[in-house]
Design a protein around this ligand. Sequence first.
Ligand code: NCD
Length: 319
Amino acid sequence: MLLKGRNLVKSEDFSVEEIDQILSLSQNIIENPSKYSRVCEGKLLATLFYEPSTRTRLSFESAMCRLGGSVVGFSEPNSSSVSKGESLGDTIRTVSCYADAIVMRHPVAGSAEEATKYTEVPFINAGDGGNQHPTQTLTDLLTIKSLKGSLENHTIGLCGDLKNGRTVHSLVKSMSRYKGIKFIFISPDELKMPKYIKDAIQEQGHAYYETDNLDEVLGSLDILYMTRVQRERFENQEQYEKLKNYYILNKSKMQNARKDMLVMHPLPRVNEIDVDVDDDKRAVYFKQAKYGMFVRMALIMKLLGIKEVQNDLEEVAID
Ligand code: NCD
């Protein structure tokens, strides 16, 4: 199927082959950024952020600007007609009249799916409540592929708030489509990976192991994916206070990890990774943020049907 004109709501919306196309275009852009600096001239991306964001919004906006396109949108819903009571459907219909693609983050799980009923242009979910965050997953896949060489045969530990963290939901669903992946879910009892995600990976024939003890499994991991305890998803703030510092990865714990283990984190970090880990070459979370911009450049190009630049003189259609 063509990627041109499609929506991205959940990480399974694109096939493994389609994801491969996006990752390889991202790698091409990383190698030749200047060749892509005008391919989206005249195109407009709308970023509608109903929830706070640093990396996702700014990496999308940087991505579009670095492709030569332009950006409109809001980062604060109170500055839009949402504050006058406008429905999500009416907002999306209206923005569809102006922009060539829409990126939306919203606090309600399922709102991205809902928005696709109204959009006339490619729609990208930038996080819907505790549900999914598929472009963070593209970021994570590009990071793993670039730094580990392959998306197959890894033991990946996901640690922290696995109940409310949308990044880990999308990542696990996506990684479960590759061969030889072992999942280790590391969380306190209160923040365990939801059953529907565990069922989905079992259906793909993968085993998983659950524990609340990071030290017990750290030495067996190829990748450690840390997450923050999602304060905004807690109804009971006392429970958040009790759980927020459950895991703190620091330099001394890192001595027990493999020499080539990657420490990833979608960011923002709170206390779960001590700053004394930042200088460790295995800590790749800021690199990961940079990969996020390149993969979003590739995603925008694909959904808009922009041709891949082959060399200085010639352009070849990729879809
Ligand atoms: C994540 C998110 O918004 O879900 N951040 C991001 O997009 N990189 C992770 C988080 O907020 O913990």
